[in-house]
Design a protein around this ligand. Structure first.
Ligand code: PGA
Length: 248
């Protein structure tokens, strides 16, 4: 049985003070849902206080990115052991915004995934097509390739700890959600490729989230699909509404 995982990707929002306010608002609202894993992914600057503020609660903390080197002359980057020591359990890797604006490629995502596991961080690996790619009919090819490259050299016993987030780029921050049927179709294709890389048992253990304009109104239908094990939530994770998604 895969445990549903609902993660809030705060993106570049919330100062430390604002982060604490949001955490205090959400804490009681998401409490007591033992069947759902709840993860907040605030900006780096908020991570340590978010870990502190969520101690003893059901909320886990994740980073939105990290670098694949251990330390050194990489101005502006954050190393995996820093993310780990800050108290993070998860790290989002390969988000489409990082791919589009910061030159992230399938290869750098793979390097980061391997590093994350080395430091016992669980990666939330983002894959997904643009509108142009969907219209061209290459959605599944692309997502298969992104998934395969991201997991290159990752053994099955680590892969089961990873989360794959299927996030169609055209649905991110646009208010245009994929229909549950569209989302399920691609998530099922991802499950199939996981089965090809590993085996059926491994593939059946890996959680696949849908992301892209998830909100309190559409979460229940999306999460009810057989291959969708929760959501990666952007805009709606910054409001009390996030609790409604967790309590879908
Ligand atoms: P959105 O973002 O929910 O605002 O569409 C999702 C994401 O980018 O993870």
């Amino acid at each position: 049985m895969r445990k549903t995982i609902v993660a809030g990707n705060w993106k570049m929002n919330k100062t430390p003070k604002e982060a604490l306010e949001l955490i205090e608002t959400l804490k009681p609202l998401v409490a007591g849902r033992d069947d759902v894993e709840v993860v907040f992914c605030p900006p780096f600057i908020d991570l340590m206080l978010a870990v502190e503020a969520t101690k003893g609660t059901n909320i886990k903390i994740g980073a939105q990115n990290m670098y694949f080197e251990e330390s050194g002359a990489y101005t502006g980057e954050v190393a995996p052991n820093m993310v780990k020591e800050a108290g993070c359990e998860y790290v989002i890797l390969g988000h489409s915004e990082r791919r589009a604006y910061f030159g992230e490629t399938d290869e750098t995502v793979n390097k980061k995934v391997l590093k994350a596991f080395e430091h016992e961080l669980k990666p939330i690996i983002c894959v997904g097509e643009t509108l142009e790619q969907r219209e061209q009919g290459i959605t599944e090819d692309l997502v298969r390739m992104q998934t395969k490259i991201a997991l290159k050299d990752v053994p099955a016993e680590q892969a089961v700890l990873a989360v794959i987030a299927y996030e169609p780029v055209w649905a991110i921050g646009t208010g245009k959600t994929a229909t549950s049927v569209q989302a399920e179709e691609v998530c099922a294709a991802i499950r199939k490729v996981l089965c090809e890389i590993y085996d059926e048992e491994t593939a059946s253990k890996i959680r696949i989230q849908y992301g892209g304009s998830v909100n309190a109104g559409n979460a229940a239908e999306l999460f009810a699909m057989p291959n969708i094990d929760g959501g990666l939530v952007g805009g709606a994770s910054l409001k009390a509404d996030f609790a409604k998604i967790v309590n879908f």
